[in-house]
Design a protein around this ligand. Structure first.
Ligand code: NAD
Ligand code: ZN
Ligand code: ZN
Length: 391
């Protein structure tokens, strides 16, 4: 089959790779109908995740049709012919983390738990197409993928919603929603969101759905800020103004009640980002002239407010303002999204028309054009916001 593979720093290529097969009794094989490129894929593309190997199949946002199931798959939950969206973290459904709905921290699905532990202190769940640190599972930017613990994870789509309406239930819609959910939004709250990429846009939509009074978008890409403005959100271009002062001006000098970081490592391009597990055993350190989104969020948030971090971090970040966090009673919440917790309620909201996930799609390309999709998305060319690939 054809699959989009990582071939080195800043390079992906569509290659012929072996078809996936059922390896464990609760696996299913999915014939992919739609898949997408995520901001998290850019962290892999950048080459700052040292556990990528040449030839690894990329992609953790995918959906399609079940074409084969293992003998252990519960037939009441999943059968051949079902149309499914596959969440990016692989959950077993039975461990203590899964029972607490912390699916991305599943304790049973990462065969490389030892590597994960070296990075993060404890192992994290397996993730598709996300390097060997999260299990080395082949990703979904391909014609077929192996879905693991398929009957626990895959969400069946039984209505006639289009692929584009449900595809993002695999990741970015639940992620944006979790970013807002972790804010515990109260009446009258002002919520500021760093990053107007697809994840940030969904965090903004979710903040509004959850009752935020005002939503503020911060980015430097004017076309992305325009997309946010079109939804009625206030925008701040961090290249034009001092973000903290602008936020204080908008909030009577107090700062936003809730701040969401939907940027992650991109803000530093790995520059102030230090890997615990660095192959050369040397910390990667460099200066950056770009403002650091997380630091800005902590320093801007009102005292007693919540800083919710859904942007992805891999190692250590310099200059974390622990003093502001501690002295001003801030709450910090974060996580790789526990997608399985949010998929069904969000499917309901899509059906009711409360959230329209298709609004972020700007590019639809055949899978064979994946490298061009990465280029457009990474370099923000052609007003690119979100690329959907069709195998
Ligand atoms: P994206 O790259 O399209 O968007 C990031 C945006 O942040 C860009 O528009 C960029 O211009 C902006 N930005 C950069 N520096 C900034 C700064 N200092 N202040 C404000 N904005 C800044 O990516 P995306 O797909 O929207 O993903 C965003 C983040 O969410 C990534 O880190 C991604 O890895 C992460 N993510 C996390 C999860 C999760 O489960 N927690 C899931 C999906 C994606
Ligand atoms: Zn993603
Ligand atoms: Zn589990």
């Amino acid at each position: 089959m054809k699959a989009n593979c990582w071939t080195g720093r800043n390079s992906v290529e569509v290659q012929d790779v072996p078809d996936p097969s059922i390896l464990n009794s609760r696996d299913a094989t999915v014939k992919i109908t739609s898949t997408a490129i995520c901001g998290s894929d850019l962290h892999l593309l950048d080459g700052y995740v040292p556990t990528m190997q040449k030839g690894d199949v990329m992609g953790h946002e995918f959906m399609g049709e079940v074409v084969e199931v293992g003998p252990g798959v519960d037939g009441d939950r999943l059968r051949v012919g079902d149309r499914v969206v596959v969440p990016f973290p692989i959950a077993c459904g039975g461990c203590a983390s899964c029972r607490a709905e912390l699916y991305s921290c599943c304790e049973n699905t990462n065969p490389n738990a030892g590597i994960s532990e070296k990075f993060f202190g404890h192992p994290t769940a397996g993730i598709y197409g996300y390097s060997h640190l999260t299990g080395g599972f082949a990703g979904g930017q391909a014609e077929y993928a192996r879905a693991v613990f398929a009957d626990v994870n895959a969400l069946k789509i039984e209505s006639d919603l289009t692929d584009e309406q449900v595809l993002f239930l695999s990741d970015i819609l639940p992620t944006g929603y979790m970013g807002a959910d972790m804010c515990d939004i109260q009446e009258g709250d002002v919520v500021a969101v760093w990053g107007a990429g697809p994840v940030g846009q969904f965090a903004m939509d979710s903040a509004r759905v959850l009752g935020a009074d005002k939503v503020i978008a911060i980015d430097k890409e004017t076309y992305r800020l325009d997309m946010a403005a079109a939804q009625g959100y206030i925008t701040i271009n961090f290249e034009d103004v001092d973000v903290r002062s602008a936020l204080l001006d908008l909030t009577g000098g107090r700062g936003p009640d809730k701040c969401i970081d939907a940027v992650g490592m991109e803000a530093t391009h790995g520059a102030t980002h230090v890997h615990l597990y660095d192959r050369a055993k040397q910390a990667v350190r460099a200066e950056t002239d770009r403002p650091h989104a997380l630091r800005q969020a902590i320093l801007s948030c009102r005292s007693g407010g919540v800083v919710s971090v859904i942007g992805v971090y891999g190692g250590l970040v310099d200059k974390f303002p622990a003093g502001a966090w501690m002295n001003r009673s801030l709450t910090l919440r974060t996580g790789q999204c526990h997608v399985q917790k949010y998929m069904k309620p969000l499917l309901g909201m899509i059906e009711q028309g409360k959230i329209d996930p298709t609004r972020v799609i700007t590019h639809r390309l055949p899978l064979t054009d994946a490298p061009r999709g990465y280029e457009l998305f990474k370099n923000k060319q052609d007003r690119c916001e979100k690329v959907v690939l069709k195998p």
